[in-house]
Design a protein around this ligand. Structure first.
Ligand code: UDP
Ligand code: MG
Length: 314
């Protein structure tokens, strides 16, 4: 059985040798032939030459795809899935934060217990900044409330899938790729292995707090229409409120006459409604922006160089 290992790499020159040695050690325990697909996502360090060296040492099963610039991890995952030829496919980070020790157990769950996909999630967020953990938890809570695509808190991209699942994911050719949502959306018999969080083996994370924040907003927009519906509910609510107030004012005028006053309240109301309208136009704009990107049908990534013949010529 052939196992494809997809590894997105962004400035990972120091982690790669550790990653390769450790993963090979684990794979030797399994009855699989490996196929490594390293995707160099526009690294600015020596990642590419490191990958080429690794390819030269093992030309039959270590492959690399070099992007023309940084397209992001989601694009790298997509490129890897398209290039993978294995019966089983796994996605792993290059920094050993996705422990290869889990691979034998994941393999067993698929080959013996009949699962189609084995994902992983972190047991705790120990070692992470407190504010980040807090927002991450809120994100998963909100996401599960407003999206029909369930998402487990702390779920990683690290997973082992069979060909059927990979083919399903490949059918989703969308430009705005939020993998956590895509993996969950396709369904199939999936189980999750919890594990303790690990530190990076070398290098540093490419995620800033605001980067993660933007990423989570993308996730919400990609997998939920609830923000769009909010404006409809808000509109209905303020209409009803206005009707009520009109009735109150008419009755009050009939009973007490019409003393002209109340412009401060009028200004407050106008500002309030104006603000709400702009806010919802903003939300609408986010979706329209996504549609714009989607209809342009730009390629998700561009390849500069690869040792895989059929990919390079595409
Ligand atoms: N990565 C990538 N492109 C990017 C950012 C990250 O391919 O633009 C890769 C990176 O090399 C690593 C994985 O995605 O293999 C996870 O990145 P990182 O470790 O920075 O994220 P974290 O583990 O902190 O969530
Ligand atoms: Mg990492």
């Amino acid at each position: 059985m052939k196992l494809s290992i997809i590894v997105p790499c962004f400035n990972e020159q120091e982690s790669l040798p550790f990653f390769f040695a450790e993963t090979q050690k684990q794979l030797q325990k399994l009855p699989v032939t490996p196929e490594y697909l390293f995707i160099n996502d526009g690294s600015t360090d020596q990642t590419l030459s490191e990958l080429k060296k690794m390819h030269q040492n093992n030309p039959s099963f270590v492959h690399y795809i070099d992007f023309s610039r940084n397209f992001g991890k989601e694009a790298a995952i997509y490129a890897g899935l398209q290039a993978a030829t294995g019966d089983l496919v796994t996605l792993m980070d290059a920094d050993l934060q996705d422990p290869p020790e889990l691979l034998p157990k994941m393999y067993q769950l698929i080959s013996e217990e009949g699962f189609d996909c084995v994902g992983t999630c972190r047991k705790s967020r120990a070692g992470e900044p407190v504010i980040r953990s807090f927002f991450a938890k809120q994100f998963y809570w909100l996401m599960n409330k407003i999206s029909r695509t369930p998402m487990i808190s702390g779920v990683r991209d690290f997973r082992l899938m069979n060909r059927q699942v990979v083919n399903a994911i490949l059918q989703m050719g969308e430009y705005n790729r939020f993998s956590k949502g895509i993996f969950s959306w396709v369904g199939f018999k999936t189980t999750y292995l919890p594990y303790e969080n690990k530190e990076r083996v070398a290098g540093k994370t490419s995620w800033s707090f605001w980067g993660l924040f933007r990423y989570s907003l993308e996730g919400i927009i990609d997998f939920s229409n609830v923000p769009l519906q909010l404006s409809a509910w808000g509109g209905i609510f303020s209409c009803l409120l206005a009707l009520l107030i009109i009735v109150v004012i008419i009755i009050r005028t009939l009973l007490f006459g019409d003393p002209t006053s109340g412009w401060p309240s009028l200004v407050s109301i106008i500002l309030f409604l104006g603000g709400i309208q702009l806010f919802f136009i903003g939300i609408l704009g986010q979706y329209v922006g996504k549609i714009y990107l989607e209809v342009k049908k730009r390629p998700v990534y561009l390849i500069r160089e690869t040792d895989l013949k059929d990919l390079g010529e595409k």
